[in-house]
Design a protein around this ligand. Structure first.
Ligand code: NDP
Length: 311
């Protein structure tokens, strides 16, 4: 048996197509949603992430602003920049690209973002609204996972779901969203005993661990839906050979490039799962489109609540 592949790319395009008329309706009301990205320092991966978010804004006709303080920036300087963005009328979304330089108090900076402009959904107030079952701006990756489940008609209500990972940005909001969708949710982490025993009882497994290919077929009940949030770049040839032992094309590509991106789920799981998201091309593309969706939503909520009702 081979799993149904839940592509994020196709869904991303669908959601872009749904957002386009909302952006047009806002434009008619004189509102062009604006996203400001604060990128401190020169972390190459962060630069790539921010560039793809800016490109997404351009594709959808949103305004974007890049604020690029040096790696030596202080917490106080960043707080002043965030406050400035909070005050600007043309900025609907403020995203602080993580990680921040080590001297910066990241929590203070994230908590300084106006909750109404917190398009990453990281602010404790937005997390609190989610806990209360009245979500406003929800963290993009877990929101994207819910879209994948919904738009592929994967039954969630009554299902046993396990979330592997309890981070504030993925694991916790993911578990809350699944619970509010009436799944019976278990949250696992590094202290969980006998993880495979827990995961094997689950209809839906969401892996957000940051551990390359850790979730092997022994963890999965045949026919389960497996959502792989992990994005891990591997460069170790021995690891690549063990992960891709039965996937010669991927091994070949690893050898040609010297690296590969793998999820937290082993590629062999596709042979027993009922449905699975690929890496790359699964959850990743959904995260960015949900950021766009949050920016449009933030603009509507703050600047044009009436336009929302007309679309
Ligand atoms: P964190 O490192 O913040 O959290 C990892 C979680 O996994 C922790 O709760 C940790 O447990 C748990 N964990 C780690 N190792 C094990 C283990 N061996 N057994 C059980 N639990 C374990 O990561 P994030 O949540 O930020 O990200 C998770 C993954 O998702 C990463 O690969 C990241 O790159 C990816 N990601 C992908 C996105 C996308 O767009 N697709 C967006 C954001 C993240 P404990 O709490 O006990 O330490």
């Amino acid at each position: 048996m081979s799993a149904r592949i839940l592509s994020g790319n196709a869904l991303r395009d669908q959601i872009y197509a749904e957002l386009a008329p909302q952006v047009k309706a806002l434009a008619r009301a004189g509102v062009i949603p604006g996203l400001a990205a604060l990128l401190a320092g020169d972390n190459p991966a962060s630069r790539i992430y921010v560039r793809s978010k800016i490109a997404a804004c351009e594709k959808l006709g949103l305004q974007s602003f890049e604020i690029l303080p040096p790696a030596t920036v202080t917490t106080e300087e960043l707080l002043a920049m965030v406050n400035d963005l909070n005050r600007r009328e043309d900025v609907d979304g403020v995203l602080v690209q993580m990680p921040l330089p080590p001297q910066v108090d990241a929590k203070r900076v994230l908590e300084a973002v106006d909750p109404a402009k917190d398009v990453d959904g990281f602010h404790p107030l937005n997390l609190g609204w989610l806990v209360a079952g009245r979500p406003r701006l929800v963290a993009c990756t877990p929101a994207g996972v819910m879209e994948i489940l919904k738009r592929n008609s994967i039954p969630v209500s009554g299902a046993r779901a396990v979330v592997l990972g309890r981070s504030d940005i993925v694991g916790k909001p993911m578990a809350l969203l699944l619970m509010h969708a009436d799944a019976t949710v278990t949250i696992c982490h590094s202290k969980t005993r006998d993880l495979p025993q827990v995961t094997r009882q689950s209809d839906i497994v969401v892996a957000a661990l940051g551990r390359p290919a850790m979730i092997t077929p022994e963890f999965i009940c045949p026919g389960a839906t497996v959502i792989d949030v992990g994005i891990n770049r591997i460069t170790d040839p021995v690891l690549a050979e063990s992960i891709f032992a039965r996937h010669p094309a991927r091994l070949e590509s690893f050898r040609a490039k010297g690296s590969a991106v793998v999820g937290d789920v082993h590629p062999d799981v596709a042979e027993i799962a009922g449905a699975i998201t690929p890496v790359p091309g699964g959850v990743g593309p959904m995260t960015i489109v949900m950021l766009m969706s949050n920016t449009v939503k933030a603009a509507r909520m703050r600047r044009a609540p009436r336009v929302a009702a007309e679309v």
